[in-house]
Design a protein around this ligand. Structure first.
Ligand SMILES: Nc1ncnc2c1ncn2[C@@H]1O[C@H](COP(=O)(O)OP(=O)(O)OP(=O)(O)O)[C@@H](O)[C@H]1O
Length: 940
């Protein structure tokens, strides 16, 4: 700082000295002085206006500006900014004069030579002002700039700013949301930044398809969107044009396509409600099935083909089910409002602007051909869902350009401009014509086309300011929509984007930037963010922009300059949208906190750490290099996982399986082999058969046993009921768990059911008979036939199992079957028990988990499908409160406790077992039963 101050002092001294050089000859007449200084005679003759008086005046002005830190530089034609600054006493240092002359050697000639030439049409006054600005700028040659307005980012500017921290600059070095790619990745995790009423986001789902992972996600989403679109298109046609327009005995599209789409949506809803958590084998859909379906969708939507129907089946039931399903889908498909029937996507080059290279596509194969060509190409793309149902004004599409200003990133300060303007396309909106003149509304594209046949009320220059739009909204009876939905929606989206990107922006002070965001309005008047531009077009291209742009620039100066001096000064049309409150840092308590550690080296390293590291890096870079990606023709998920294999990963399930299941199964074998033969012999013939099963346990057997239990236990799925069209479709959404957060943003839905189930748990117990349990079972309980398996566990298990559908069963004694009737009545009679079955079961299940140290528990991520084998005993507890840790891993079973439990089980079951002809269902017992009924598997 001291050095910096010294440098500033010396440059100010130089400025004073240079002024002395001019002051000396000022005592005599101009001509002589100029001769003395070596200025040509005709020079003065030509420019009689440059008197030494005037020169001294300019010098004093420059000196004053330097003293007050009011030196600015503008790159580009931002006349409004220049004029606004000049009006505030600032002096411009032209960008061309970057330290041409050595410090302190400025002569009269230096100041007056090489002045700009007079342009044609320039008045004398304008020219004089221009020359004076030029001369003043020369006075300031060695002075640091205090305010830089530039239209391009240059490294040297940020170096200058580092030297002179007081310098304000109008560009952030890093603003990742300004590229399509950056915006997409910044908003990926937006849900972490959601703030009720402050930061909300409507951003059409978008994928950086150069990344194999996101490409896979896009493909999945494309397919699912096609399923939704197919059912919607079918229903829409059915209702509008009648069944004959959709169904026909000679239809090209097989009827099974409806079933196909229906099942995919049911699966999706199941997944959103976490009902798929214990699916062992999710249905495999082959690529050729998808290809066929996507083709059928195209046929239905674009070619007006019909669905084959023999007329024997009634359509009403199917249509009803589809309507119910689509309604349910709305809850779990946040971007439902922007989807249409065509499944249109917009493919954008990641780093281009002005609409260059943008394509509209609805064919998956073609999209993949563009974004993932077989020949390696440098261009990257993002694929975004096209808003098929935008709000259109007089049948014409438009978007809104909205300015906002960021004046600080840490803490975040966002200013929102109250005015905005609309940009119309030159042709009427149509989904059958995918031409850019219809669908891309940016000015750079539309200026290439003459306006087509459109409503006369539309502006010929294809622009409206927000006031005209508000007048239009009043005309159509939606006057409140601007203030209630559109304007606050845009504001929240901007704040949300900034919060999501804050960490990746510069932290430098005195930096601000004006951004231009593009929004599209949906039919329901919600604004959807399309893009944010870092250098918005501020040229006066139309009468609308000619009025608004200079005003906006002036207002920026008001916020950035005037507010520094007076916080209450006028801010023009800018309003403060967000000012982050930073919590105070707690006082330092004198704790000496430090992290101590040692570098971990790979075991097989043997001192070749660097080599090993290099190898790893090579593998990783190969796996992620574009060439590799191109070669690997990334479509199926399997390929993607192959690419990622090189990456170091940690799979908790695998880890636990490795360290917990294997020793268990091996010890299980040893236990079985050491089992006293007398036990086996003393039992009946059936039990002998069962004993064989026990004597030869294997992971396969255990897995099979576990699977059947899982299938039995996952009652909440009601999967069988929902698989077919119209069969119990309601059940799919009956399990009211919080829906999965979508990675792309959209409207937030409030579901009544979700609120109700906040306090519920769904507990699924899967018993894979762990070592201790087996031990006990084998020692204490004589192996019995499945028909005589103990009963006690059933009640317990049922209580756990039925927790989720308590709402339906509550108070309904018919749900208690003959086995549980006793327990139900007993529970009802007990005065201290909780009011409802639900709470009783919940309480019992919870206490059971808490008290049971013998159970292994494993927490699972929401919504992930489980493919791999499970732990010996696992409890999957879904805490319905989102974000709550699901289940913590519990310790290995203590054999005493298990023994105790099982002894109870046996004693109770023994008395009841005779009464039942069917085997009672209990997790533990079923496992045992499975083991017993499978005498010997070939794989064992
Ligand atoms: N998801 C979308 N749905 C509907 N229309 C869209 C979508 N994305 C973009 N558009 C249309 O395409 C136009 C150009 O899109 P975008 O702004 O992303 O491209 P660009 O090349 O960055 O243009 P510019 O640099 O002029 O802002 C938008 O003005 C809008 O009309």
């Amino acid at each position: 700082m001291r050095a910096l101050k010294l440098a500033l002092e010396s440059s100010k001294l130089a400025l004073a000295r240079s002024s002395q050089a001019i002051e000396k000859p000022d005592n005599n007449n101009n001509k002589e002085n100029c001769k003395l200084q070596g200025a040509p005679t005709n020079y003065i003759a030509r420019r009689t206006w440059i008197t030494t008086d005037r020169m001294n005046e300019l010098r004093r002005k420059a000196q004053e500006a330097a003293k007050q830190n009011k030196i600015f530089t503008i790159r580009g034609c931002f006349h409004s900014v220049r004029n606004a600054l000049l009006a505030r006493g600032w002096v411009e240092k032209l960008d061309v004069h970057r330290k041409v002359l050595p410090l302190g050697q400025m002569t009269f000639e230096d100041l007056t030579q090489r002045l700009p030439k007079r342009k044609a049409g320039e008045t004398r006054r304008q020219y004089v002002l221009k020359c004076e600005r030029n001369i003043m700028s020369r006075f300031l040659e060695h002075m640091p700039v205090d305010f830089l307005w530039t239209n391009r980012k240059e490294k040297c500017d940020y170096i200058d700013q580092a030297k002179n921290p007081g310098m304000a600059i109008n560009k952030f070095h890093r603003a990742p949301f300004t590229s399509k790619e950056g915006l997409c990745s910044q908003l990926r995790d937006f849900h972490w930044f959601f703030e009720e009423g402050m930061a909300e986001m409507y951003f059409p789902r978008c994928y950086n398809v150069w990344s194999p992972e996101e490409l896979g996600e896009f493909v999945d989403n494309f397919k699912l969107t096609a399923c939704v679109a197919y059912l919607r298109a079918m229903l829409c046609k059915y209702h509008k044009q009648g069944s004959d327009s959709v169904f026909s005995p000679s239809g090209k599209i097989p009827y099974s396509s409806i079933d196909f789409a229906y099942k995919r949506l049911v699966d999706y809803i199941d997944s959103c409600q976490h009902n798929d958590i214990d699916y062992e084998d999710p249905p495999k859909i082959w690529e050729h099935d998808w290809d066929a379906f996507l083709y059928q969708h195209q046929q239905l939507v674009n070619e007006d083909a019909r669905i084959q129907h023999d007329g024997q089946r009634t359509l009403e039931h199917m249509v009803k089910s589809c309507i119910t399903l689509v309604e349910k889908m709305k809850v779990h498909w946040p971007q439902y409002s922007l989807d249409g029937y065509q499944n249109l996507w917009i493919v954008k080059p990641a780093n281009k602007c002005r609409g260059r290279g943008i394509l509209l596509m609805d064919n998956l194969k073609k999209i993949l051909g563009v974004v993932n060509p077989s020949i390696a190409s440098k261009s990257r793309y993002v694929v975004q869902k096209y808003i098929e149902r935008p709000l259109i004004v007089f049948q014409t599409k438009f978007d809104i350009r909205q300015w906002f200003l960021i004046t600080n990133t840490q803490p975040l300060v966002v200013w929102f401009y109250r005015e905005s303007y609309l940009r119309f396309s030159s042709q009427e909106y149509s989904l059958s014509n995918h031409h850019e003149s219809v669908h891309l509304t940016n000015y750079a594209i539309q200026k290439k086309y003459t306006n087509g046949k459109r409503d006369k009320r539309l502006p010929s220059e294809n622009m409206w300011d927000c006031y005209s739009f508000q007048a239009y909204l009043r005309q159509i009876g939606k006057s409140n929509m601007w203030l209630d939905r559109i304007y606050p929606g845009m504001r929240k989206a901007i704040v949300g984007t900034m919060l999501a990107s804050q960490e990746n922006m510069d932290r430098r002070p005195n930096t601000f930037e004006l951004f231009g965001a593009d929004f599209m309005i949906c039919e329901n008047f919600y604004p959807w963010l399309i893009e944010i531009n870092s250098s918005p077009d501020l040229g006066a291209t139309t009468s609308v922009t000619a009025r608004m742009c200079p005003k906006c620039l002036e207002d920026v100066v008001k916020v950035v300059i005037d507010r520094r001096l007076d916080p209450k000064s006028d801010m023009g049309n800018f309003e403060l949208a967000y000012r982050q409150v930073v919590p105070p840092t707690p006082a330092y308590m004198g704790l000496n906190l430090f992290v101590k550690g040692k570098q971990l080296l790979h075991k097989a390293n043997h001192g070749h750490g660097h080599y090993y590291y290099q190898q790893q890096r090579k593998e990783r870079s190969l796996a992620t290099s574009s060439v590799f990606r191109q070669r690997s023709a990334i479509v199926p998920a399997a390929t993607i996982s192959r690419i990622h294999r090189a990456m170091p990963t940690f799979n908790a399930t695998e880890y636990m399986e490795k360290y917990m299941v294997e020793p268990l199964s091996s010890s299980r074998s040893s236990i079985s082999s050491t089992q006293p033969a007398s036990n086996v012999k003393s039992t009946t013939a059936t039990t002998t058969t069962a004993a064989v099963g026990i004597a030869t346990p294997c992971p396969y057997l255990l897995k099979q046993a576990g699977r059947s239990i899982t299938q039995l236990l996952s009652v909440t799925h009601k999967r069988n009921g929902t698989m077919g069209v119209g069969a119990g479709a309601e059940a799919a959404a009956s399990t009211a768990l919080p829906p999965k957060r979508q990675r792309s943003c959209g409207p937030r839905f409030v579901n009544q059911q979700l609120e109700v189930t906040d306090k519920k748990f769904k507990i699924l117990i899967k018993n894979y008979a762990n070592q201790a349990a087996d031990n006990l079972l084998e020692k204490q309980e004589p192996p019995s036939a499945p028909a005589t398996a103990p009963v006690m566990g059933e009640r317990k298990w049922r209580s756990l199992r039925n927790i989720n559908n308590n709402n339906n069963n509550n108070g309904n004694s018919s749900t208690c079957n003959s086995n549980t009737a006793t327990s139900c009545s007993r529970l009802r009679a007990a005065p201290n028990l909780l009011d409802s079955n639900c709470s009783r079961r919940f309480a019992r299940a919870k206490s059971e988990i808490e008290s049971s140290a013998s159970l292994h528990a494993i927490g699972r991520t929401f919504g992930r499908r489980s493919y791999g084998p499970r732990l010996p005993i696992s409890i999957s507890v879904q805490a319905l409160h989102r974000g709550e840790p699901i289940v913590t891993a519990m310790k290995q079973a203590s054999s005493e406790q298990l023994q105790l439990q099982l002894t109870q089980t046996q004693s109770q079951s023994h008395s009841q077992s005779q009464a039942h002809t069917t085997p009672p269902i209990s997790p533990r017992n079923v496992t045992l039963a499975n083991k017993l009924t499978v005498p010997a598997l070939p794989t064992c």
